[in-house]
Design a protein around this ligand. Structure first.
Ligand code: ADP
Ligand code: ADP
Length: 227
């Protein structure tokens, strides 16, 4: 069965409809790109799948279990232990070193500091960040910061990685390096990836693409295919 799934999800912000009956699902290990114009509901859909926002109606499932009927404690445990998150920017704690940022999810999960830092450090060579362990994250370049954010999102070995415009603040070459690392590590770990992007070059890294329009999800049909 799918690892993440939304069925007929409806959600509004006040009078503004964001999702109007959205359906989506991803298979275990699948890298799924969620495309669509600005304001179409991509981020809202990702937040619903991740148990951050609750829909007005419809169902959200993770590994077959209903997420939308869980209480806040159950959903925050799910987010902490099973999910990873990368966003466009602003996600590192600037006063902490790079390795402390990566260790943070382990510390929040109850790991001891030396063990958390050792595990955090093991990610640095792998993501081309060797030597930057003790750098304050406020002093990293955009591409370095986004790779540190990627390490932080993967250090707990999440089953699902939710990535919302992960290359949105980067130039295209740096963005491609980040996507290469994201896809390579996700495949190594068997992590399912829900990748929100409006950039076709970023979506090209996915196994499959869907398009969100006006709060509903459509399959992507390449040009020249069909009747
Ligand atoms: P996308 O990610 O495709 O750009 P969003 O999911 O962010 O779209 O937004 C969908 C719609 O919901 C838009 O009309 C947006 O302005 C609105 N919206 C999103 N978040 C909020 C919010 N916190 N408060 C009010 N309106 C919001
Ligand atoms: P994206 O296209 O990635 O959703 P946005 O700049 O549209 O980026 O939205 C960034 C965040 O701001 C969203 O996650 C959403 O929660 C919030 N947001 C979006 N639109 C509104 C809005 N009209 N009012 C308040 N918050 C909003």
């Amino acid at each position: 069965h799918p690892i993440v799934e939304a069925r007929d999800v409806v959600l509004s912000f006040g009078e503004t409809p964001a999702l109007r009956g959205a359906d989506i699902s991803a298979a275990p290990g699948e890298i799924l790109a969620v495309m669509g114009p600005s304001g179409s509901g991509k981020s809202t859909l990702l937040h619903c799948l991740a148990g951050i926002l609750l829909p007005a109606s419809g169902e959200i499932r993770f590994d077959g279990r209903r997420v939308d009927t869980m209480n806040e404690t159950q959903r925050s445990t799910l987010r902490r232990d099973r999910f990873g998150f990368v966003f466009q920017f602003g996600q590192l704690v600037p006063e902490l070193t790079a390795e402390e940022n990566v260790a943070l999810p382990l510390l929040l999960g109850g790991a001891r500091r030396p063990a958390a830092l050792t595990k955090a450090r093991s990610w640095f060579e792998r993501l081309g960040l060797g030597g930057l362990e003790h750098r304050r994250s406020g002093e990293l370049s955009g591409g370095q910061a986004q790779r540190v954010a990627l390490a932080r999102s993967l250090v707990t070995a999440p089953e699902v990685l939710f990535a919302d415009e992960p290359t949105g603040s980067l130039d295209s070459l740096t963005g491609e390096q980040v996507m290469d690392l994201l896809v390579t590590t996700a495949r190594e770990q068997g992590t399912t990836v829900i990748l929100v992007t409006h950039e076709p070059r970023v979506a090209a890294y996915a196994d499959r693409e869907v398009i969100v329009r006006d709060g509903r999800v459509n399959a992507y049909v390449p040009e020249g295919v069909g009747p």
